[in-house]
Ligand binder design. Sequence first.
Ligand code: GLC
Length: 429
Amino acid sequence: MLPDLRRLAGFLLPVALLLAACGGASTPGVVEVTLPVSVLGAEAEVLRRQLRRFMEEHPDIRVVQRETPDAADQRHQLYVQWLNAGASDPDILQLDVVWTPEFAAAGWILPLERFAPDTSAFFPTTVSANRWGDSLFALPWFVDVGMLYWRTDLMAAPPTTFDGLVSSARAAKQRHGLRHGLVWQGARYEGLVTTFLEYLGGHGGRIMEQGRVVVASAAGRQALREMRSEIHESGIVPTAALTWHEEETRFAFQNGESAFMRNWPYAYGLMQDSAQSRVAGRFAVAPMPATPDGTPTAALGGAQLAINRNTEHPEAAWRVIDYLTRPEQMLERARVVGQFPTRAALYDDPELAAALSIPPAQARRVIEHAVARPVTPIYTQLSDILQVHLHRALTRQREPAAALAQAQAEMQQLLNRVGLGIGGPPARR
Ligand code: GLC
């Protein structure tokens, strides 16, 4: 998330191992389980509180938190290092929604059937994202959907089309002397794929259809041209955004430097805090724009909780997961951090109305229509390919059409090679 998190990750790993080595002064009869956690203030705080309560109720289990970077790719890299090495620590893993099939297929996480989880109360999309083969491998914790943050003090209503977005962003920039019109995640990492997915859906396109990569469609080209022109033609998006993750965009928006921002729900609660945000009380969220050929699209993201296959304490790990995914904890998380619960029934709970950035009924519709990224154990590799080519087009090293054509060919080849492509073009020799 922050540019130096890679170094931070390098620092945290040894520190974590050191803590594990010296902090494990185990109390007889007490089992210790570890859980990687966010470094973000409010999110870390609410989790600390919930784990404290858990430990009061379960004096036989001690949960140790390991701080890990929030940026998706950095956390993924750390996990792969740990799990590949067969480490039993951390016992519990917070997984991005796109990682479950990969980790399940690699044999790194435990199937959860033996704990008889009740999944009926969760949104079906969030449960199916955590199934691999015939098993459930993780329990949905909170769901993320991409949204357009807009400044209520600078305009009367948010734009609904991409043209409207450009003209409103330009006008706000000029009239109010803002540095930026719009900010989104443009660094070469997973966040760029989610931003692109929303522009793509807004133009009526998709990344894949039944084993076939279809990203180099007319809609794909229009979506990528749109993003590129926001940087290099209308100039509403700063070129710096090509190195930005979620947090850099949040800082720009909360400092009052931008009229719009594309981001997840977590930013809402943090930016309502006037101690750190100049725009508290002066922004709202809306669906991302669309053309008449597409639909306003929210990428489906979010966090799941899974159990490391090498854990020595699967039962204790499950009890933590079971506790953290209960309705009360989800409501508290929504209240404090603004994150959306994965339990559908909570959307009828009046308490949620006071906690979320949008009315619960609307949030529920957005979640039910959110667009998932391809569900495959090689998702990370497919995404890596797409990231490279999207970024080349956005930095004007490549034309959008050529970049997408190459991304599509490479992604399809990879799928075909591992036998996961259906009906795709034959692999090139
Ligand atoms: C958020 C989402 C996750 C996504 C990531 C991209 O963490 O929950 O699904 O992959 O952002 O940066």
